[in-house]
Design a protein around this ligand. Structure first.
Ligand SMILES: O=C(O)CCC(=O)C(=O)O
Ligand SMILES: [Fe+2]
Length: 239
């Protein structure tokens, strides 16, 4: 299966609602061109944000539960010697770095009629993901039935998505779908229908709630991402 790719001019809000919202992933192009962070490079963030504390985790299933705090400059210093595949999973709102809100602006499709705050902290779900080549996020569905968007600022990501109906074939996420050997050992996955594609700098992907996805950075990559609910869904969930 392939993924639809649309420019911001092609995709009206109505088309987004009728074809994509809560239905299927797509790639949005042309929506990041004016962002302040769009020209950022590794050197730039080291120079301007290197003193920030960030959170890192390993890229495997165990690693997503183990978090450490380091200085961003420290992560960047070792980015070429990252054998353990530490991934900078920088939830900047949790770290009270709200100035970073201003360096991008979420497209209207993902903000209009949405709810986004964590009920316990009152903070929005916003992240920068900075990873060396081969870091990534294991197969999962996003937390709390949320949707997400993810925009690559520099670098490139490879994604594999599966429809929620493929859940019986995905070993509850305990499978590395980028690894041929793992796939051979877990034959049920052959019944699933992957959507596999690369996301380049300047492109945003939409991940509908409940869709499984695994992600790998094919280069040193910086992305920004937010999670959210559409308003109606959240109200329905509370009943
Ligand atoms: O590694 C990535 O860019 C994807 C992250 C992701 O899917 C998530 O945090 O839910
Ligand atoms: Fe995710």
């Amino acid at each position: 299966m392939t993924i639809d790719r649309l420019t911001i001019n092609e995709l009206s809000y109505d088309l987004f609602v009728s074809e994509y919202a809560d239905k299927k992933p797509f790639i949005l192009t042309g929506a990041m061109d004016h962002w302040e962070c769009r020209p950022w490079t590794l050197e730039y963030i080291d120079e301007h944000y290197g003193d920030r504390m960030v959170t890192i985790r390993k890229s495997d299933i165990e690693g997503v539960k183990t978090f450490k705090q380091v200085k961003l400059s420290n992560y960047i210093e070792y980015i070429d010697q990252n054998d353990d595949k530490w991934y900078c999973d920088w939830n900047f709102t949790q770290l009270n770095q709200n100035d970073l809100d201003l360096v991008y602006s979420a497209p209207e499709y993902f903000t209009k009629d949405t709810l986004r705050a964590d009920e316990e902290t009152g903070r929005d779900w916003k992240w920068f993901f900075l990873g060396s080549k081969q870091t990534g996020t294991p197969l999962h569905q996003d937390f709390n039935n949320t949707h997400a968007w993810n925009g690559v600022i520099f670098g490139e990501k490879e994604w594999i998505f599966y429809h929620p109906d493929d859940s019986p074939y995905l070993y509850e996420g305990n499978i590395n779908v980028f690894d041929e050997k793992d796939i051979e050992q877990k034959p049920l996955v052959q019944k699933a229908s992957p959507i596999r594609f690369r996301q380049k700098a300047g492109e945003i992907i939409y991940a509908p709630r409940h869709w499984w996805h695994q992600v790998e950075n094919t280069e040193h990559t910086l992305a920004v991402s937010e999670n959210f609910w559409f308003t109606g869904e959240r109200l329905a969930n509370q009943i």
